[in-house]
Design a protein around this ligand. Structure first.
Ligand SMILES: *Cc1c(COP(=O)(O)O)cnc(C)c1O
Length: 399
């Protein structure tokens, strides 16, 4: 037997990308050119009116009392957890983006990774219960792919156990939880404004909270801990958002409702064509909730679909369709955390899902016909594999 060459486990990049995985909405230059001139002419590059205007509009959009604009979602999460003055363990899902865990680390907390729910793919309350210890201080939940986590159940769990609750809402700008805009949950919800998210400021984050004291402290934190007196009250850092970025944020915020609406229409097409396919499972969005569809992700079960997630990804890549294997590896399997000593919990759903989930293209400028085309390719991949399997025995009997 010849030695199998090491399989290149890097995702295959389509040789010629016809349909990218993500395409951020950006305003036309003419829409913001006069404001850019104003920033340049006045020299107010930071701490100016565009950041405060952006904060006001975001607070209005999210229907929260305070929105604090910061340099990133990661820095916003760190500042929030630091301001809540937590130490000890924090319960976090493993099936998420790396920054969720990193923020806990930089806030001086020990992440305890827990499982997600097999239906809605967000943090599992049962897993949270099992992970409780005398050192648990907080829960950091994630609205995975834009699907709202169980905000009410998590709030109840947190208050019953005297824990702080914070949301990594990087994916959930414009999502609805029980007909209400995501952003009101827990002590604070932190949104990301990188180009892969629903609205973008190039880079940036927004902390949404109804706690006036927390908001005031965060504004000092993002300014080195200096409240304006120059005598720093505590050790903060520079977590500010520049004016240019706020300007971009303002322009993309105008488009937020349309962005989410368009994504939901495209998701409906994906769902219509893929939900009946053997071996394909979709994330369940509960009645009353609306996902922002930051991502549209499918779960591919090889036993029924006939093809592994990785082969489907290559099949699509070869035909110019880009995909991502979110979140593989999940946090507890990443090098940064594997070697660290952290309390282990059972993660059977995460282990099952991480090798089977595939994120498909999703953005408002994606055409319905392109979604249809991607669905056809997925069906074709499934059918050609079924044909192959049927062909094999007859091939053998041919001679
Ligand atoms: C993108 C993302 C982040 C990080 O956001 P930044 O603004 O880049 O810091 C955090 N958590 C999740 C779940 C994300 O997808």
């Amino acid at each position: 037997m010849t030695k199998q060459t090491a399989k290149d486990d890097k995702p295959r990049i389509p040789t010629k990308v016809r349909i990218p995985i993500v395409k951020p909405y950006t305003p036309r230059p003419s829409e913001i050119s006069s404001a850019i001139s104003e920033i340049l002419d006045t020299g107010m590059l930071t701490n100016g009116k565009f950041v405060s205007r952006f904060e006001g509009k975001v607070a209005e959009f999210l229907q929260v009392e305070h929105a604090v604009a910061v340099s990133s979602c990661t820095s916003g999460l760190i500042m929030t957890m630091k301001t809540l003055d937590l130490s000890g363990e924090i319960i976090v899902p493993s099936f998420t983006f790396s920054a969720t865990g990193h923020a806990c680390y930089w806030a001086g907390l020990e992440p305890v990774f827990v499982d997600c729910d097999l239906r809605d793919w967000t943090i599992s309350i049962q897993a949270c219960r099992k992970a409780l210890s005398s050192k648990t201080r907080a829960v950091l939940a994630v609205h995975t792919f834009g699907n709202p986590a169980a905000v009410d159940a998590l709030s109840e769990f947190a208050s019953d156990n005297d824990l702080e609750l914070v949301f990594d809402s990087a994916h959930a700008f414009g999502s609805l939880y029980q007909d209400r805009r995501v952003g009101f949950g827990g002590h604070a919800e932190v949104f990301s404004l990188t180009p892969t998210k629903i609205i973008t400021a190039g880079e940036g984050g927004i902390i949404a909270t109804n706690d006036a004291h927390l908001a005031a402290e965060l504004r000092i934190f993002r300014n080195y801990g200096d409240d304006g007196s120059y005598d720093c009250r505590f050790v903060g850092f520079n977590g500010r958002m520049p004016e240019f970025n706020a300007l971009l944020g303002l322009a993309t915020l105008e488009h937020a409702d349309e962005e989410v609406k368009a994504r939901n229409s495209l998701a409906a097409i994906y769902r219509e064509h893929l939900s009946g396919l053997p071996g394909i499972t979709l994330q369940e969005i509960y009645p009353g909730n609306v996902s922002s569809y930051k991502d549209f992700t499918i779960l591919v079960d090889e036993a029924l679909f006939g093809v592994t997630r990785d082969r489907l990804s290559d099949f699509l890549a070869d035909r110019g369709v880009a995909t991502k294997k979110y979140f593989d590896p999940p946090l507890h399997r990443q090098s940064a955390y594997r070697s660290r000593v952290f309390r282990k919990t059972d993660l059977p759903v995460t282990e099952y899902m991480c090798t089977r989930t595939l994120t498909l293209p999703m953005y408002s400028s994606l055409k319905a016909s392109e979604v249809q085309h991607i669905c056809n390719l997925i069906k074709l991949c499934h059918q050609s594999e079924i044909m192959e399997t049927r062909k094999r025995p007859s091939d053998a009997s041919e001679h």
